[in-house]
Design a protein around this ligand. Structure first.
Ligand SMILES: [Zn+2]
Length: 238
């Protein structure tokens, strides 16, 4: 009965595609029934960092060196202006296409699980939270969607109840290092200490830029006795 149900659903989807073709987010070609959001040709052209194959991310760990201890820094894709990654991030953040976050999380989680067995070093996945006003405006937290996708393929639980963002923006202009630190240290706090204490946390975000946001989240988690924090972002600059 289940199989017949699936056949009907698949058939219906095919019919729907005929009338309302589903375009690839990147090249606009019509997606095949087994493809989701991004066609296979575009998927294989994504600028992967190759970290799952042991390649180093140039802009990764160095951003946190001497500031805060992080176990690892991984990014799925390289970010370049007007490139494929920018299009995907734009869809994820500004075009209400939250599903692309989950899709990229599943794809990357699958690589990390098979190639470097990352799942053995993590207890809980936590997305960088949005300020409540921003969350209301966007309607969803893009990092949580990426966290969900990673959670699914790595088979590790995720939670959106661990951290809370108290301040809307992090402004760093004209601050020396200590000033900057005081500026970011109260931006995030741990909402649910029992959830993170003694846990090895995987902290996830959309793009790794200055690292200030991730640094502030890591500080809050370590202050709440998390055992360790590792970082994964959808994208990072070279
Ligand atoms: Zn495509």
């Amino acid at each position: 009965m289940k199989i017949i149900g699936k056949l009907i659903v698949d058939g219906f989807q095919e019919l729907l595609n005929l009338f309302y073709p589903n375009p690839c987010l990147l090249c606009q070609n019509t997606l095949q029934s087994q493809e989701e959001l991004v066609c296979t040709a575009c998927r294989f052209q994504l600028p992967e960092t190759g970290q799952h194959r042991g390649e180093a991310l140039v802009s990764g760990q160095a951003k946190f060196a001497g500031k805060i201890p992080v176990e690892f820094v991984y990014a799925y894709l390289y970010f370049t202006k007007k490139g494929k990654t920018q299009k995907l991030i734009h869809a994820l953040k500004y075009r209400d296409c939250k599903e692309v976050g989950s899709l990229l999380g599943r794809w990357y989680g699958f690589q990390l699980k098979n190639d470097i067995r990352l799942h053995e070093q993590i207890d809980l996945i936590v997305g960088v939270p949005l300020h409540s006003a921003k969350l209301r405006q966007r309607g969803y937290n893009q990092s949580d969607w990426f966290a969900q996708g990673l959670s699914e393929s790595l088979e590790i639980p995720w939670s959106d109840q661990a951290l809370v963002r108290n301040q809307y923006t992090i402004s760093q202009t004209g601050k020396d290092r200590i000033g900057r630190w005081q500026n970011v240290s109260h931006v995030f706090s741990v909402k649910n200490p029992d959830l993170v204490a003694n846990k090895r946390i995987l902290l996830v975000d959309d793009v790794l830029t200055t690292g200030a946001t991730l640094e502030a989240c890591t500080a809050a988690l370590l202050a709440a006795n998390s055992r360790s924090v590792g970082i994964i972002t959808v994208a990072a600059t070279r």
